[in-house]
Write a protein of this length. Sequence first.
Lengths: 296, 350
Amino acid sequence: MPAHLPRIKARLSIHAHRKVRGLLEGEYAALHVGRGIDFNDLREYVRGDDVKDIDWKASARSRQLLVKRYVAERKHTVLLCVSTGRSMAAMNDAAVSKRELAVLVAGVMGLLAVQHGDLVSLVHGDEAGRHAEPPKGGELHLERLLGTVHDAIRPDGAHTDLAALLRYVVRTVRRRTILVVVCDETTVPDETADLLRRLTVQHEVLLLTIGDLDPTQPTVADRRLVDVDSAAEVPGWLRHDRRLRRELATLVREEEQQLRRRLEQLGVVHERVHDTESALTAVFRLLERQRHARRR
Amino acid sequence: MDLTWNGGETGFRWPWLVPVLALLVLVLMAWWARSRDRRSSTGASYVAHAARLRALPRYQALVRRQVAIGTCLTVAALVACAGAIVLGARVQERQSLVREDRTRDIILCLDASGSMAEVDAAVLREFRTIVDGLRGERVGLTIWSGVAITIFPLTDDYEFVLEQLTEAESAFGSGGIYSDDYARYTAGTVIDWTVQSQLGDGLASCVQRFDNRDQERSRAIVLASDNEPIGEGIYDLEGAAELARSEDVVVHGIAAPMTADRPSAARLFRDAVTSTGGTFSLLGQDGSAATVVEAIGRLEAKEIERPPIVQVLDRPRLGTVVAAVGVGGLGVVWAVQGALALAARREDAS
């Protein structure tokens, strides 16, 4: 079993220098509305921390910005909700495995939560069945969750069904969580929209979508492509057609715009993840947008 | 002699090669289809939500085009294969040269003595109708009394034969035995008036009229006589019949009606003729000329059998044409495909 967490950590240290990591931490901390009142300690300010938390007196004394850390009222729960249908076993629009990306973004969110001392739980599933892991803290637990996600995504698995997964969350999760949905939806059907609307009432919903590979892309022209949904090959002879490429690009662009607009209407913060390099930025933007959305 | 090859049956040299090759093509097709089916997931990259791609109108158009091109290619390839199979199995035509029996010689051997004139005329008349139906047989006419003279030797120039027969018929038939025609025609058949109507000599002379004795021919003589010899000849009837037998000549005898008055002569005649394997008929006894016709008809039926000459010719044209059509079709489809690709590129460039 490959160790997912060390790799994510390594990626964090490679691609995001210390400052950005602190930034992420700050953004994550700001997610929690209900902060406790019991003062814990002070720590250095990092960008992203709520300005309200700055202890101005202590800062003046120590000549550096310090923020107050409170003992959280109660431990928060980050609920990773990963769609693990077979479409997640495909490649994304940057020819990166969607599975790796899903594990990466889930791992980044989970790591932030774990380092913050919060609990992480997992819900994943497809058309055939949904599975839940109980909320727990600790990197070992997170590692296990990531392994579960990684193993659940198989090209011969069941088809993707996000609505069923969200319905499962609605039905089973009682506590308030930070709900991180990782999926590869291209559209938001009415049922999913209703469920999301319902979930935003209870949870802080963060939606991360992963794009799909464009089969007509010239970079994959010499590769054999198999449609993971129908297990049929996407024939090579039509992937060179430029008109088809233009039509598909237009369609994908329109779908993405519609998706964004729809999610905006629903008040769900959404970010699209393209590759491992931009995944961290995407997570950061997601957190930031969530904060701004709440402040509004 | 004109040679006509009868176009016989056309067939394959190796007929078993056709199903074998057809089976081979089928097996290869099945294997190819299977191998295409099987190489699904290994080494391939997965792509999701490809249904969006399939829903595009351009995709549909491309698929329709590809299906059309693929169908044309398949048909052309199969046609080419069929042509190759036909070529491989070697279409051959078996031609046989049935050699019509042109080796039959018939000599009309007529007794020119006065008493036989009418009978001769009747025989000639009947024979004339038969000449029309002859193909390739050679016919000769010899008349005799004391001495045999050849009116015309064996020939297959039927125009000439008919002409001669008509002339002979009119000579015998028209004016009777006292006419000038008759006398002129039969001049030379009697040298010595004491030696006339020598059946044995006449027959022997006729037997000697056959030429090409080294060739295998069926030889027949239509001998008309009343067997009423005057004087002494060289051959008696027995001897002449034996000569005919030794030369394998079939003699068909036609006796004049009055021969019946002399039973011993008639019997002698009959025995001599039948000993050569021929027929004997007494003219006037039973419908006269019909017997002659019948006798000659029998004579005609007795053709000698010769094995037909068989030649086997390759007929590669069918296979070549079919294969060429198939290969040409492939070329055309490829050209169309190339033109489409070129047009697409040009459209992109513009």
